[in-house]
Design a protein. Structure first.
Length: 405
């Protein structure tokens, strides 16, 4: 399976993935052989229709990672294990009716969040983060803002203390980047979440964890802990990258310049365009073929891993024939997934509120900000899954801090 396989790493994958996906589709078709870290083979599904087929058939293309035919050669310290786990009792690897029950439990717990409280938390934390930099006249909107905000909001909603936020940020970033600290990040997250579940089991509060424990539907504390880890990781890093990628677009594209002076419609348009053109979640692992089959003209063996190429599918020329930018409310992208394992709707709403609020606050507080480096000098984090900036340095007229007022 490794013949002509393309490594899912390297400078071009980080610097110009859209062009690379186009070339892969042109040279290899809508389903392409790729290699993960350590030369591990997989298939990358690039076609919109093929991805729809894979995500719409949970029996043939299962979420059960035990089916993988490569487990015998996967080392115990493989850095991608946090993202492609075996026998993980989380919703990610649960199938059938059991999955539907877990999805319902999670959706109910998230849907009970007061939207006004959610926005208040997002505004308060955003103002605190801006207060820390606004008097200096310069800031990194990734490391000092976007990477800190979503997890602080989510940690409060889940029941963590504010002091635990920075450690959770570091652990989550290490885990999803898939580098040498991935397993250490996963370990920190497990320890923190296990402790929180035990605390809320003994003393429930008005938070997501307590609601899931109160209405667990027969699921164990271990299963709930695993689901909470999935929710925190899926809720923080993609939202942070959604913020960063949207701000990058608004700072580098003249079409969105008006929003830097108070316009609000352009914020929503920029966020939607990012979901189409520069989506935070580029690739997802994955699905496993439950039997031999064919997809996009390729012979897929039972147990083969298929990676969901969300960004590649969003730009598939068969559904984007005019190549136009999509900012007008077209939500037919794959950025939140599709099918049974699609991101729950309440979780999508939470991510959107956090991202939009954070962008609006920074535009209000730093209205004349501009990039302090050339746009082509901006770099991306090395992750096969997520596409986010390493930094977004800006300069602006110094302003006084609000001081919590």
């Amino acid at each position: 399976m490794t013949t002509d396989a393309i490594p899912l790493t390297g400078s071009r994958f980080l610097s110009e993935p859209a062009r690379l996906y186009r070339e892969m589709r042109r040279d290899h078709g809508s389903v392409t052989r790729v290699l993960l870290d350590g030369g591990v083979p997989a298939w990358l599904v690039l076609g919109y229709r093929e991805l729809h087929q894979v995500t719409g058939d949970p029996v043939l293309f299962s979420r059960d990672s035990d089916l993988w035919n490569q487990w015998d050669v996967i080392p115990g310290d493989w850095p991608l294990l946090p993202m492609i786990g075996r026998k993980q009792p989380s919703i990610l690897y649960t199938v059938g009716e059991r999955h539907r029950q877990r999805s319902g439990m999670i959706s109910d717990a998230l849907e009970a969040i007061d939207p006004f409280e959610l926005r208040r938390h997002a505004e308060r934390f955003a103002d605190e983060l801006i207060d820390a930099v606004c008097t200096r006249g310069e800031a990194d909107l990734i490391g000092q803002y976007a990477m800190l905000l979503p997890v602080r909001v989510l940690a409060r909603l889940y029941g963590f203390s504010d002091e635990e936020g920075p450690g959770l940020v570091t652990a989550l970033n290490d885990m999803v980047d898939g580098q040498e600290r991935a397993l250490a990040g996963q370990s920190h997250l497990v320890t923190s979440m296990t402790r929180l579940v035990a605390e809320r089991s003994a003393a429930p509060g008005d938070d997501v964890v307590s609601r899931m424990l109160a209405d667990r539907g027969g699921f164990t504390e271990e299963e709930i802990m695993q689901d909470l880890m999935v929710m925190l990781a899926a809720g923080h890093q993609p939202t942070a990258d959604w913020i960063g990628n949207s701000l990058r677009l608004m700072l580098t594209d003249d079409r969105f310049a008006a929003s830097l002076f108070g316009g609000r419609h352009s914020v929503a348009e920029a966020m939607n365009e990012v979901l189409w053109e520069d989506t935070p979640t580029q690739n997802v692992a994955g699905r496993w073929a439950s039997r031999d089959t064919h997809l996009g003209g390729r012979h897929i063996r039972a147990g083969d891993l298929l990676l969901l190429g969300l960004q590649a599918a969003n730009s598939d020329p068969q559904v984007r024939t005019d190549g136009a930018s999509l900012t007008g409310g077209n939500n037919a992208h794959f950025s939140f997934g599709h099918g049974e394992h699609r991101c729950p709707f309440p979780a999508q709403e939470i991510a959107e509120v956090i991202a939009r609020t954070s962008i609006e606050v920074v535009l209000d507080r730093l209205p004349d900000m501009d990039l302090s480096v050339p746009a082509d000098a901006l770099t991306r984090r090395p992750s096969p899954w997520l596409r986010g900036l390493t930094e977004l340095p800006v300069r602006f007229t110094p302003t006084p801090a609000l001081g919590g007022n």
